[in-house]
Design a protein around this ligand. Structure first.
Ligand code: PLP
Length: 406
């Protein structure tokens, strides 16, 4: 049985007040709060178990290495990867996608080759491909969303040409909450020899992910949205793609031998992990994923589906609110604008006075904002610890904002 009050009690920050009101934290799409087990793990790692990892021959280095390396297996389990060597540890999705852009795509793609993106990508899955466009003439092609915010997988497959070398697509939009049918896309794309990179930053938070079932080539996740520390993350890379990838950054740890004349690289995945990593962040990330798996991803998804349906009904019941993105099966992420003059920033300031934390702006999704014809939206994004009562608090605060701006 999913006990949301018990879960809330695991997150110390949720019992604080903001502006004299109980905190209603609805900015999970940007970053989630941390349970006490993660905070304790960080404290323990720094106060009792800290040392640099790998190479050290002393007790603490071995202990830190064991804890840090143990996270690879936890992530593999979380994503159902067949092998923990398919997991490259990093600082988050931005690093993961840049690594693929520099290490896999840049050496392989030539002028005129095409990369397919959806119009609802986060800048982290757009800007690295613009680098390839600017530097080597790669062409970015865009697939639009339908009016309800859904993305037709067939439209993605129809956009493939003989020049398409990669599909890079979000699994779940950070703005609309739309969930993309990645499996249909990978099956169709692979039949035409096109690999698929998935931005799993949002999806992995809200639903069970099975990279083997999805059949994707790359799957990027970011720790701070998964109730873990910022500066942690990972990317799953299919072994066939891993074999094709060149190191993106050079430095310590990713090498076996260095001489004046030559370098012998470490085996993958270490070959792609240069320099001292985010040791404690990664250890905390592992604890966060174990916490989520203990709650059960199916249970989290079921709880959030209830919240989504309730929030959707209440928000669409306000005829002066426009909810952007109403695709079926979406995640509990709501971007909206208010009729009249109220700017998203002003609305979020009023909500903040009521202790309600939402995000306002373009949400790092410029092409989607253009597609929707808006410059900014307010976004309320829900997580494992949110409640229907918090949906009511959001609605009350919105009614106040509407009165003020009407
Ligand atoms: N992709 C999506 C869909 C996101 O929502 C985010 C974060 O907002 C990112 C990528 C970037 O993640 P990070 O900044 O942790 O690298």
């Amino acid at each position: 049985m999913y006990d949301v009050e018990k879960i809330r009690s695991d997150f110390p920050i949720l019992s604080r007040q903001v502006n004299g009101k109980p905190l209603t934290y609805l900015d999970n799409g940007a970053s989630a709060q941390k349970p006490q087990v993660v905070i304790d793990a960080i404290n323990q790692a720094y106060s009792q178990e800290y040392s640099n990892v790998h190479r050290g021959l002393h007790y603490l280095s071995n202990l830190a290495t064991e804890k840090y390396e143990g996270v690879r297996g936890i992530i593999a389990k979380f994503l159902n990867a067949a092998n923990e060597d398919s997991i490259i540890l990093n600082s988050g999705t931005t690093e993961g996608i840049n690594m693929v852009a520099y290490g896999w795509a840049m050496p392989r793609l030539q002028a005129g080759d095409e990369i397919l993106l959806s119009v609802m990508e986060h800048h982290a899955n757009i800007v690295p491909w613009h680098f390839l466009r600017e530097r080597q003439g790669v062409v970015i092609k865009w697939v639009d969303t339908a009016a309800d915010g859904s993305l037709d997988p067939q439209a993605v497959l129809d956009a493939i040409t003989s020049k398409t070398k990669l599909i890079a697509m979000t699994h779940c939009s950070n703005v609309l909450g739309t969930v993309v049918d990645i499996k249909t896309i990978t099956v169709g794309a692979h039949a035409r020899g096109v690999p698929v990179l998935v931005d799993g930053s949002q999806s992995a938070v809200h639903m069970p992910v099975d990279v083997q079932d999805l059949g994707c080539d790359f799957f990027a996740i970011t720790g701070h949205k998964l109730y873990g520390p910022s500066g942690s993350g990972a990317i799953y890379v299919h072994p066939d793609r891993m074999a094709e990838m060149r190191p993106f950054m050079g430095g310590g740890d990713m090498i076996r031998e260095v001489s004046k004349e030559a370098v012998i690289y470490n085996d993958p995945p270490m070959m792609f992990e240069a320099g001292t990593p985010g040791i404690v962040q990664t250890i905390g990330f592992g604890v966060a994923l174990e916490y989520m798996m203990e709650l059960g991803m199916d249970s989290i998804a079921a709880h959030e589906a209830e919240l989504r349906d309730y929030a959707m009904a209440r928000l669409t019941g306000l005829n002066w609110i426009n909810v952007q993105g109403q695709a079926s099966g979406k995640a509990a992420i709501f971007s909206f604008t208010m009729e009249g003059a109220a700017h998203a920033h002003d609305i979020s300031t009023i909500l903040d006075k009521k202790g309600v934390a939402v995000r306002a702006g373009h949400h790092c999704a410029g092409p989607l904002m253009d597609h929707l014809g808006v410059s900014a939206t307010c976004r309320a994004s829900f997580g494992a610890y949110n409640t229907k009562a918090e949906v009511d608090t959001l609605i009350d605060a919105l009614e106040l904002a509407h009165e003020l701006f009407a």
